[in-house]
Write a protein that binds this ligand. Sequence first.
Ligand code: ZN
Length: 341
Amino acid sequence: MKSAWLLLVLIPVLGGLLAFVQPPPRPAAQPGRALPGGALVAFSKGYRVSFYGLERLHPFDIGKPGRIARHLVEQGLMEKQDFAIADEVDPTLLARVHDPAYLASLSTPKVLSEALEVAVPGFLPKAALDRRVLGPFRRQVQGSVLAARGARAHGLGINLGGGFHHARPAMGHGFCVYNDVAVAIAAMREEGLEGTVLIVDTDAHQGDGSHAFFAQDPTVFSLSLHQAGIFPQPRLPGDLDQDLPAGINDSDFLAVLAAVFERAPQDPAFVVHVAGSDVLADDPLASLGLTPEGLVERDLFVLRWARQRGVPLLHLLAGGYGPSSAQAQARSVEAMLGELR
Ligand SMILES: [Zn+2]
């Protein structure tokens, strides 16, 4: 009996040690293939943060990208070779967007704990933190760069991750370390994108980080619809902020979205949609009242708006913490790809 108890204790300990010495998966990069109608979908199994269970202390659904990718393959919409598989983003690109001192400070557990809202123990080796926690974020950032490139080449680029809209130039918070919206825009500018960029942030939380990046930049219009009175507090003003009341239903949300679009630039050169699923009624970190059908309609509205104008659209999945989050976003991506066919 005693030995059975000993095994019960030893197996998880040994498993933890094994996980510690084994490097996390580093799937090889792959360019991906454009889908019928003009879309590129970016993803990597390496998006998943895996840090001895610490990642489970935050309600963020780290398995969401993988479940959506599986759904797209199971539905016959994509083959594995179609995904643009992201490697880690170029560190020089990160350093051009973020404050280099902030980037260096991410190796300290205190700064990382603030960004991730999870207490990262100080005794953990820095190299393991970098590889297992920051590495997956850097892959998701690169996924947004690949999807942005795909949008410019084909019309629509979807990253099955990213949308880290709370990360500011020299500060991370709200489970956002690097701001992939800002990084993707910087990469596209380097690759010749001219004209106005329109950021449409429909995540339940205000896109304060994206606002911070572009407050002084007249070429980027940063628009956010979000629930009033929740994180982040205090907020930073953007070009257009629209508060939403708790419990707002699908039709009222869609009416506000359409009205907000009338106040946005009508001829942007590029659109980024930060399309969080925490607008759903079952989300534990917000209390808006959308149904999965409403979420799909929201995403199709933005897609149609961009397509009617012939503007490339980068779609990012962002936050979403409730039980129906992954399934609703899987249906949304399916509907968007269906719309193109
Ligand atoms: Zn959110």
